[in-house]
Design a protein around this ligand. Structure first.
Ligand code: ATP
Ligand code: ZN
Length: 496
């Protein structure tokens, strides 16, 4: 059996991965707070740990891996989003608005992560469905002396857990000095963190031994992972931004409530997706969503390949150049493997690269080798292990129809001009020849305008084409065009 090695944040070493029970390998990944669309940074852990999930399934068997990723659907930001709708005049009760917002966001999340080719986890618990388990865990922590009630809150007594800080390698005193901890008069110690807090009458709340209130964020993951995976499980993962305090707090709660268990044996953290050197984040406002990119015409498979081009332990950024490269490679591979049946097994060198601390970049290098060697069946099977060249992500390949090459590409993909599908849901029917003629006509008018030095008019033509979903690029050999997913034949025809 292939030996997997993973960098364990807990020990800061690359370790051999040995599951507690090879018949049920258990993975927990912290999921999103569902108040808004996922940004490109949020998609990174999803794709990275999807590759881990696929690798584990490959090695231990598809039915022998349990992957849990939660939805945090109790949060001030969710409440604020619902309150804004109410303030805008929506007559429904706040609770309904909250539920609508979280349901809607979960729907978006699924659609966007599906588009990135991520398999759905085995279980996706919603925090609001596990409040009872959270209350029971908090009661237990109080009974064991690790938590206390104060002013309607329940707080975790950080000094009662000796190993607090071990994951991030900091002492409690360093943390107090460095962190922005909330000092509240009812806390015994500034480091103590909230397990339960009171809810205002107009906000969501649940009855508890401490009055009507709601859980803190950290206890959610401790309670849900315990319910679904037990007191000891194999891998706990999430972004590096969650290492402290979220994961440190999860460990403290879980180890203190269930001293018989070890909680997670391996901790994995993905590095951040950056924008101009800073973490992409909602609070900094420097973000774009996965959906923005999909809407711009970037296929989910291309976005996925861009993520996989960088090791998860390194920061990365998004550039159009990387995306164009990934798109060209995938298009080539898709053409090579069209109508090819995947080999039974992925190539051993690809498996070995992934087993080496998820070296996705190395694995992609091996895919290039397979393509160059003409092993197309091996290429397909191996790419599938990375979630690439899969049938579900195949729908984009016909799209980039560029001037001249277009017709051939359509034919190469087995889609005759005429009815063509765009994305998975919309059906657009158009006559390719007519479309090509019209684009050529507009491009000729644009060239004429340029020749007459009327650049404003030339730009207007280009803008009109773009509005119809035809992107134009000037290349040394002349203008090249592509149909974008939002291509609208009627708008194109209407250009004068
Ligand atoms: N820029 C980023 N790069 C990589 N992973 C990220 C980035 N930002 C957030 N994540 C990860 O996304 C996952 C979901 O996080 P969560 O929903 O809490 O994000 P968020 O708090 O809405 O994001 P933000 O940090 O932008 O406010 C977590 O695992 C988190 O570590
Ligand atoms: Zn968590």
């Amino acid at each position: 059996m292939t030996t997997i090695r993973l960098t364990n944040t807990k020990t800061r070493k690359k370790e051999v991965f040995t599951p507690i029970d090879p018949a049920n390998v258990r993975l927990y990944v912290c999921g999103p707070t569902v108040y808004d669309r996922a940004h490109l940074g949020n998609g990174r852990p999803v794709v990275v740990f999807d590759v881990l999930f696929r690798l584990l399934r490959q090695i231990y068997g598809a039915d022998h891996v349990t992957y849990v990723r939660n939805f945090t659907d109790v949060d001030d930001k969710i409440n604020a989003a619902a309150q804004a709708r109410k303030a805008a005049g929506d007559p429904r009760p706040l609770e309904d608005l909250i539920r609508e917002r979280t349901d809607e966001t979960i729907g978006w999340y699924h659609a966007d992560m599906d588009a990135l080719g991520a398999l759905r986890p085995t279980a996706e618990p919603r925090a609001t469905e596990w409040i009872g388990a959270m209350i029971a865990m908090i009661e237990d922590l109080i009974a064991k002396g690790h938590a206390y009630e104060a002013a309607g809150h329940v707080l975790f007594r950080v000094r009662s857990y000796r190993d607090y800080g071990a994951l991030s390698g900091r002492s409690v005193d360093d943390m107090i000095a460095g962190a922005r901890v909330e000092v509240a008069p009812f806390k015994e110690d500034p480091m103590d963190f909230v397990l339960w807090k009171p809810s205002d009458a107009d906000l969501p709340g649940w009855e508890s031994p401490w009055g009507r209130g709601r859980p803190g964020w950290h206890i959610e993951c401790s309670a849900m992972s315990h319910e679904l995976l037990g007191a000891s499980f194999d891998i706990h993962a999430g972004g590096i931004d969650l290492q402290f305090p979220h994961h440190e707090n999860e460990i403290a709660q879980s180890r203190c409530a269930h001293p018989e268990g070890g909680f997670a044996n391996y901790w994995m953290h993905n590095e951040m997706l950056l924008v101009d050197g800073k973490k992409m984040s909602k609070s900094l406002g420097n973000f774009f969503t996965v959906r923005d990119l999909l809407d711009q015409g970037w296929p989910g498979e291309v976005i996925r390949m861009v993520y996989l081009g960088t090791h998860y332990g390194k920061p990365m950024d998004w550039t159009e150049e990387k995306a164009e490269q990934a798109r060209d490679t995938l298009r080539k591979w898709r053409q090579l493997t069209e109508n090819v049946e995947a080999a039974n097994m992925p190539d051993p060198a690809v498996v070995a690269a992934l087993a080496n601390d998820l070296n996705t970049h190395g694995a992609i290098g091996q895919l290039h080798r397979l393509a160059a060697a003409g092993d197309v069946a091996g290429l397909k099977a191996s790419a599938n292990l990375l979630g690439l060249l899969t049938d579900d992500l195949a729908d984009w390949t016909w799209r980039p129809v560029s001037g001249g090459v277009g017709t051939h590409h359509f034919e190469a993909m087995g889609i005759a001009a005429g009815p063509a599908t765009v994305g998975t849901s919309q059906l657009k029917v158009f006559d390719l020849e007519q479309v090509e003629q019209k684009i050529a006509q507009v491009l000729t008018a644009r060239s004429e305008a340029r020749a007459a030095r009327d650049y404003q008019l030339a730009d207007q033509y280009r803008g009109k084409l773009l509005a119809a979903g035809v992107s134009v690029k000037d290349q040394p050999g002349g203008a090249v065009w592509e149909l974008m997913p939002d291509f609208d034949p009627a708008k194109l025809e209407a250009i004068k």
